[in-house]
Design a protein around this ligand. Sequence first.
Ligand code: 5CA
Length: 451
Amino acid sequence: MRLSRYFLPVLKENPSEAQIVSHRYMLRAGMIKQSAAGIYSWLPLGFKVLKKIETIVHEEQMRAGHIPMLMPTLQSADLWKESGRYDDYGQEMLRISDRHGRDMLYGPTNEELITDIFRSHVGSYKDLPLTLYHIQWKFRDEIRPRFGVMRGREFYMKDGYNFDLTKEDALHAYNRHLVSYLRSYERMGLQAIPMRADGGPIGGDYTHEFLVLAETGESEVFYDSAVTDLTFGDRAIDYDSVEQCQGVLEEFTSKYARTDETHDEALFNEVPEERRRVARGIEVGQIFYFGTKYSEALGANVQGPDGKQSPVHMGSHGIGVSRLLGAIIEASHDDKGIIWPEGVTPFHCGIVNLKQGDAEADAACESLYEALTAAGLEPLYDDRKERAGGKFATMDLIGLPWRITVGPRGLKNGVVELTSRRSGESEELSPEAAVQKIVEIYANHQTGRGF
Ligand code: 5CA
């Protein structure tokens, strides 16, 4: 992309409404624009990162054997009346009535809708196990939407639902989700720690939230610092293996880590004092096992091998896709702007032309642009007639992890400068070597072409 042809409405001033750094940088970098309280338009740069995160979530869900689909945002209230949640859900649910006076709602979650789909089409254990998921906009009429996309009213969520014959099978599905979530967050450059939590309006008493530690997080968390040493890494996993998935769950959840709702002071005090931590975290996902809560209410039964009908065992599993942009920025920024992890960066590398209009500099930039594009990468070329200082400030703000700077002086010696946004370190290289290095860096990150 050439910056002169892109739509990147960068703000020079700090927006006064933004209280936390991620909200401030998302507005300043022209990623989002508020349309109403807690409702945002996703401008091109924000949309690009949103889609990268969504792609990682899809890839890891499909890898785990979960099946993508799409349900609507608007739902009929009938199913919610059947499950009893229409009244229970309270004022967070946006209720609408259509021209015929029918009760509708903008879905805050989809347990009822998916259970209805299941009961209409599945009746035998032979069709199990089954996990269906979608990534769709949700609406929760939060009383205090704040911090930009972190606590929105309209937000993008991955929600997945497992259907199993037995509790044991459903717990295997739970464990599969835990593993796939660990992989997803790590690909986004994040550490998200599974912590015992509360079921809230979704229900069930077996649930973990995934928390990214950050001072601006809305949840208070209590944990053994040893949990922060755990990483999933690139180990192989067989998602069909009950033992392997259970092993990962045990490894990642046997140390004390709880949100304030389930915190147990006596248990916490058994953690060696020097490892006890009280901190704040951003909830970027939650997995639930709630057994037959919805299948009983909606009559979603399956016939077992013994011919008997019984309600199907279920769980639901969510990732806050739009919230993740905020969480990643909270975890990765400095005073100049965002620092995107390679796995989600909107463009793989910036090209800054120090002397736009200089024939040699322009030609060198064009050939870098072509070489990176031919290698399957997406560069952002700042080809505007701007001062170098302004170009650097924009690149630093929007946070591309790598920048190639091209100027007449370097070109005389056959070199360009390659700078890491994270370390700030630069090295002089031939243009070919700079391209080669960037290609090698991204060979370790499965990042596709964005939108
Ligand atoms: N049905 C279940 C799992 S699919 C469910 O709705 N779970 S949830 O309530 O925990 O939401 C899943 C994730 O969505 C949360 O972990 C959080 O990351 C994100 N989320 C929830 N509310 C908001 C909000 N108001 N703004 C942005 N993201 C949110």
